[in-house]
Design a protein around this ligand. Structure first.
Ligand code: FES
Ligand SMILES: [Fe+2]
Length: 357
């Protein structure tokens, strides 16, 4: 186990990303019908926009002539993008289709790389690898499609100034909720927990259950029992999407008798030191039909989660990254029982990286 994790600590500085897989480019609601969106993904500047029929499109955001960002240009009729600098035009697949200069010839090297996008589960998914995109491999977030909007928080976003694997490590070892998020998401009662790690194809699931403890503030706010069993069951879907069932219920009773939410965590490397972090939450077994109360709970969940990520996880993960970067000798992590999930996903990610190359 030690070898795997120390390997990870050095790998996180490498800037290598798995490319033949799906990442969330952005929430679908962040891509307007008109207008151009610039976002760096896996270290590449990418231009995203919608065609006239509403379907999303993406291509490299660096003009092949003198490298001006196309996102500073214009969208023309016919789903063409005009470079702001000297007017080359590109179609939605990145092919250069108009050169206003000279005899209008279009050099082969003028074409840009286009990317396959799929809009699904309220997200825009992007495939940046060379192999054919396979939409059947998009992680399943159908819980979001089925949700009553009253029970789902608005799409959230933050930038994490750390390698994305450090954020996965954070999420796949939720023992930290008892410390970093004490009171909100965890309590002293959630430290002692049964941990079960399972693998299904390449999906790693870490289930933590604790019994007869004080219910964390978030769940109390949702109308849960004051004292009882609590669980976090989180799945990592390669390369960097996670889905958590966070809930509680009466001591000794089945999970279905409790309440909680599905927490959606979507990580996409911007660079090897910055990570786009999209998140949302969908409640299940909601305890009240009172509309005003549900609106209030929805707003509180969004607020408390943003606080937890921005004010609690973010500062520690970013400081951890700085420590790792500043280390003058290789860091050797001490492994604990709580690291079983992170170690397993790392193996899969390393294999995917090797396959990708
Ligand atoms: S930089 Fe784009 S046309 Fe010159
Ligand atoms: Fe956290």
């Amino acid at each position: 186990m030690a070898d795997d994790l120390s390997h990870q600590l050095t790998q996180t500085t490498s800037g290598q990303f798995v490319t033949n897989c799906w990442y969330v480019a952005l929430w679908a609601s962040e891509l307007p019908a008109d207008g151009l969106v610039a976002r760096t993904l896996l270290g590449r500047p990418v231009l995203l926009f919608r065609r006239q029929d509403g379907t999303p499109a993406a291509m490299d955001d660096t003009c092949s002539h003198r490298f001006a960002p196309l996102s500073m240009g214009k969208k023309l009729p016919g789903d063409r993008i005009q470079c702001p600098y000297h007017g080359l035009e590109f179609n939605a697949e990145g092919r250069c289709v108009h050169n206003p200069h000279g005899n209008g010839a279009i050099p082969q090297a003028a074409h840009l790389r286009g990317y396959t996008l799929v809009e699904r589960h309220q997200m825009i998914w992007i495939w940046m690898g060379e192999r054919p995109a396979d939409p059947s491999k998009i992680p399943d977030y159908s819980c979001l499609d089925a949700a009553d909007p009253l029970h789902a928080t608005d799409p959230g976003y933050m930038m994490m100034n750390a390698h994305y694997e450090l954020v996965i490590d954070n999420l796949l070892d939720l023992s930290h909720i008892s410390y970093l998020h004490a009171g909100i998401l965890g309590s002293a009662g959630t430290i002692v927990a049964d941990i079960e790690v399972t693998q299904n194809d390449d999906i790693i699931t870490v289930a933590r259950r604790s019994t007869d403890g004080e219910t964390p503030g978030m769940l109390k706010m949702m109308g849960a029992v004051e004292q009882g069993d609590q669980w976090t069951v989180i799945s990592w879907m390669p390369p960097s999407c996670l889905l958590l069932n966070f809930g509680c219920g009466p001591t000794g009773r089945p999970m279905e008798e409790g309440t909680g939410y599905y927490a959606i965590h979507l990580l996409t490397p911007e660079t090897d030191r910055t990570t786009h972090y999209c998140f949302s939450a969908v409640r299940w077994n909601v305890q009240t039909t009172d509309r005003a109360l549900n609106e209030e709970v929805r707003a509180n969940i969004a607020k408390m989660r943003r606080f937890a990520f921005v004010e609690q996880d973010g500062p520690v993960i970013e400081a951890q990254q700085r420590r790792m970067d500043a280390a003058t000798t290789p860091l050797q992590p001490v492994l604990l029982s709580i690291d079983a999930g992170p170690v397993q996903y790392q193996r899969i990610l390393r294999r995917m990286l090797a396959d990708d190359r």
